[in-house]
Design a protein around this ligand. Structure first.
Ligand SMILES: Nc1ncnc2c1ncn2[C@@H]1O[C@H](COP(=O)(O)OP(=O)(O)O)[C@@H](O)[C@H]1O
Ligand SMILES: [Mg+2]
Length: 312
């Protein structure tokens, strides 16, 4: 391994399930202290990557090292360095918040002297103190995730692998969960988190976009946003589908994405193409509000990158 600041490294990592290539030749380098986002649609391979990094699933080809240990040859050594919260992370519903934390402290062999202080800090850190006596089954979805995180942190791992920790959680709890992650990040914990939410991807130091088992792009959010070609204009035509069909292939139109009741159109030159597009729609009898200049976000960039890949 070349770089000591690299804490996770995969080389040509593959995992197949029968004929399905869940993960295909993944080369990933994650640096100590990063908050790294693994993003991609359902079935992209995110969970399979995280399970291999957590050393609970063997690759079918290639290899990975985590904290300097090979995930196959040294899988037991890795576990002390790692907290892994699976997509279906399960708490004990009949146990209280405090009892769940004690249970995980038992599993990780946390000694009595260290335990009380640590649980105390985690109760504050996860904003769960008020609920310490409540049974886990009676917590809201968002609170269950926070408790899951607290239990995952009980052995103070230097690396945290979180598989869609906020999926299905309400927006306020999602934000709070991310505030907690940001605090962990500041203390130096390396975090790898998968998410289907683009606003969360924006909060990562770097993001890897997975699609059909492959890593399509891996960079800082600000750089990914700049990867799309052309300038972005937003329009609100009276008939979205008809307008999109009419404009497909129009000179200077690079790409069309629908966005709620808006059309997001990438063009080669906004000043010139904006009026041309309005004109084209008017000829077909379609009225249209706009154009408004828009800043491509990661969402647009990802749709564009996936679209190009799918079109190949
Ligand atoms: N245990 C398994 N057996 C068979 N196929 C699997 C298994 N785990 C994952 N897959 C397949 O691998 C692909 C990637 O799945 P997964 O890693 O769960 O993606 P994601 O987490 O991005 O939704 C999917 O096509 C999925 O159906
Ligand atoms: Mg998954």
């Amino acid at each position: 391994m070349a770089d000591a600041s690299m804490i996770i490294e995969t080389r040509a990592l593959c995992r197949s399930f029968g004929a399905t290539r869940a993960v295909d030749s993944l080369d990933l380098s994650i640096f100590r202290g990063e908050i790294f986002g693994l993003v991609g649609p359902d079935g992209a391979g995110k969970t399979t990557v995280l399970r291999m990094l957590a050393a609970i699933l063997n690759p079918t080809a290639g290899h990975a090292t985590v904290a300097g240990f090979d995930t196959v040859k040294k899988s037991e050594a890795i576990k002390a360095h790692l907290g892994y919260m699976s997509q279906q992370f399960s708490l004990y519903g009949d146990l209280s918040v405090l009892e769940n934390m004690n249970f995980f402290a038992d599993i990780f062999g946390i000694k009595r002297q260290a335990r009380a202080g640590r649980i105390d800090r985690l109760l504050d850190f996860s904003r769960m103190r008020k609920f310490s006596a409540r049974r886990a089954a009676q917590l809201s979805g968002g609170m269950q995730k926070k408790l899951g995180l607290a239990c995952t942190l009980i052995h103070e791992p230097e690396i945290l692998l979180l598989d869609e920790p906020t999926t299905g959680v309400d927006p306020v709890s999602r934000r709070e969960f991310w505030d907690i992650l940001t605090e962990l990040h500041i203390t130096g914990t390396t975090i790898v988190v998968s998410t289907p939410y683009m606003d969360e991807a924006e909060r990562c130091s770097r993001v890897g976009l997975m699609y059909q088992g492959r890593l399509m792009v891996c960079d800082a959010p600000s750089r990914i946003r700049m990867m799309v070609d052309g300038e972005l204009l937003a329009f609100r035509p009276e008939n979205l589908q008809r307008a999109a069909a009419l404009l497909n292939g129009q000179p200077g139109v690079l790409e069309i994405q629908t966005y709620g009741d808006l059309l997001h159109i990438f063009v080669d030159a906004a000043a010139r193409r904006g009026p041309e597009i309005i004109e084209r729609l008017a000829q077909a009898g379609l009225s249209c509000a706009g154009p408004w200049p828009a800043q491509p976000r990661m969402e647009e960039a990802f749709i564009s990158l996936i679209g190009k890949q799918a079109g190949k």
